[in-house]
Each structure stands twice: as structure tokens, then as C-alpha cells.
Design a protein around this ligand. Structure first.
Ligand code: SF4
Length: 300
């Protein structure tokens, strides 16, 4: 088989043991999880094109067949097997060991606050911060590669630098700060959840600088170039590998990058005169739909 460097984002369903205030999938939770056989078919098919897989949900680690899924991905020859997770199940060392033994190669836990009050408020799940932190510590102690994701919202953006410090203390390998996608719960509660991008930017820069100074890979997602002056190298979209998505029918796409550009993000008339026009995807389209495009000032 000809090896390639594409990866598949395998969406395993919508069931989750957190209940995040900004969850983009909140409306889909009633649709439940996909069956093992459906996922097996997708894994076999995508392996023809992809050498990496990201297992994601909902929360994939609470599936009864979680270890079987990871083992299947390994047996099919996927070289990187990433677990996208809220990290809570990894508070059990035995669970960590079994996941690594099954074949997982990297972990992407989500951490949304610098302290338990902030994180648990956002996940609406008491104890979730302590479990996720313990999960990260457990996985690190086993030598696992950890790249975290933090969703930037109104109640945490000013603490992005503290979140960066926490993650560095935990010795994660990479962290990403992702501007909230205003869909699902975040769309419904837009004014309470979605911060103003121009207010967010300086805190994100400070957090990224803390990461860079510590020698970490520090990234920001869904924040266009006009808010990332001096930190262009930290824009996640620049380094995302080619990705196909397999989930419920309406989630499928052969190119996540194309899907983002065609239907996910927005550009504006002023972008035509911006030096970043070709490289920049713009913000998630729901943001300017609600707030307008005046914040997005082209760079000459
Ligand atoms: S003005 Fe438009 S093209 Fe330029 S960085 Fe901002 S969103 Fe991107």
C-alpha cells in the first residue's frame, strides 16, 4: 500500500460525560453513538488514504468498545492514533496503561480553565478539572505525547496566560487555544459565551509567548491573521495535516480544510486588499453574522 500523510477524524458519536456550556454538538446528543461496525467500516476504508487517525466524540473513552476501537486502528496499521478526549477517564492509571497498550500514540485532552472553579463551571461537571489534571499527569508519567485544547470563551479569555502556565507546569508537549465556534450551546448563548475577538487577542498573544519562552509548541485556532500580528507562526490552520472526516453522513468530508473555507469560515470585502488573503481562512462565519466585520482590518 502506498503510504500517505493524511489523517482521518473519526467521529464516534455524541454521548459525553461532560456538559460544556459552549458544546458545538449539544443539539446532537440525542442522536447517540455510532455502532462498532459502522466505525470499523470507516476505519478500513480511510486506511486506504490515511496513516493517522483521531478518535473523537462526544467522549470516545466512555464507550464500552473503546479499547477494541484503538486495537482495531492499530491492527489496521495506522501509525498515529490520537485520542481526543475530555481527559477524565485517564484519572485512572490502569485506564491509561490499557489505552497505550492498545495502541494509542498521542492524547488531546481539553482543559478550559486555570483552576477547578473556572473549568468545572464551563464543563458543568463538578470534579472534572481534578480528573483531567490527574489524567494529564498520569499520561505524562507514562511518557505519552500530550497536545491539549482550550476553548476560548468570555469567562476564561483573560486567564489564557494562567492556563498556559498551568499547561507548562504539567509539561504538556503542545497546547492550542481555540476561539469558540459559535454553534450548538455557544450559538444559542452567543452573548454570554462568545467574547469579542479584539479583546481576546492580547491575552492569547501573552499565553502563546509564555509557551514559546518555555520551548513548547503553542498554537491558536480560528483567530485570523489580522489578530495574530507577530504570532503568525502560531496559527493552527497553517500546520493542520490534510484531514478527512468520517461520522454521521452530514459530518463527512474528504477535506476538512476545503469544508472550512467553503462553508465554515467567512471572508470580507476588505480581505481582498489584505496581504494574508490567500493564506487566511477568516473567522468562523457565525461570529461576523452576529457582530459584523468591522473588527477585521486588513493588513497592507
Ligand atoms: S483582513 Fe481578512 S484576510 Fe486579512 S487577516 Fe483579517 S480576516 Fe484574514
Amino acid at each position: 500500500m502506498k503510504e500517505c500523510y493524511k489523517r482521518v477524524d473519526l467521529k464516534t458519536g455524541f454521548i459525553c460525560n461532560n456538559n460544556c456550556r459552549f458544546c458545538v454538538q449539544a443539539d446532537n446528543k440525542c442522536k447517540g453513538n455510532r455502532s462498532f461496525n459502522e466505525l470499523k467500516k470507516d476505519l478500513i476504508e480511510s486506511r486506504k488514504r490515511c496513516s493517522g487517525v483521531v478518535l473523537t466524540g462526544g467522549e470516545v473513552t466512555i464507550r464500552k468498545d473503546f479499547f477494541e476501537l484503538v486495537k482495531l486502528a492499530k491492527n489496521l496499521g495506522y501509525k498515529t492514533i490520537q485520542i481526543q478526549t475530555n481527559g477524565r477517564m485517564f484519572s485512572s492509571m490502569e485506564f491509561c496503561r490499557k489505552t497505550i497498550k492498545a495502541g494509542a500514540t498521542e492524547f488531546s485532552p481539553a482543559i478550559h480553565g486555570y483552576c477547578k472553579e473556572q473549568h468545572d463551571y464551563l464543563t458543568k461537571t463538578e470534579g472534572s478539572f481534578n480528573q483531567t489534571i490527574k489524567g494529564i499527569k498520569n499520561l505524562k508519567s507514562l511518557g505519552a505525547y500530550i497536545l491539549t485544547n482550550t476553548v476560548i470563551v468570555k469567562s476564561n479569555y483573560q486567564n489564557c496566560p494562567e492556563i498556559a502556565k498551568l499547561l507548562i507546569n504539567l509539561n504538556v508537549d503542545q497546547f492550542q487555544l481555540a476561539f469558540v465556534h459559535p454553534m450548538g450551546n455557544a450559538g444559542k448563548n452567543f452573548d454570554n459565551i462568545v467574547p469579542i475577538m479584539s479583546l481576546v487577542a492580547p491575552y492569547v498573544h501573552k499565553a502563546l509567548q509564555i509557551g514559546i519562552d518555555a520551548g513548547k509548541s503553542a498554537m491558536a485556532e480560528a483567530i485570523p491573521y489580522c489578530f495574530m500580528q507577530g504570532y503568525e507562526q502560531c496559527i493552527s490552520e497553517r500546520i493542520m495535516p490534510a484531514t478527512e472526516i468520517r461520522g454521521k453522513k452530514y459530518q463527512n468530508t474528504d477535506s476538512f480544510a476545503k469544508q472550512r473555507k467553503i462553508s465554515g469560515k467567512s471572508k470580507f470585502s476588505q480581505c481582498k486588499k489584505c496581504k494574508y488573503d490567500l493564506a487566511c481562512e477568516g473567522p468562523w462565519k457565525e461570529y461576523p453574522e452576529k457582530r459584523g466585520d468591522k473588527e477585521f482590518v486588513n493588513i497592507k
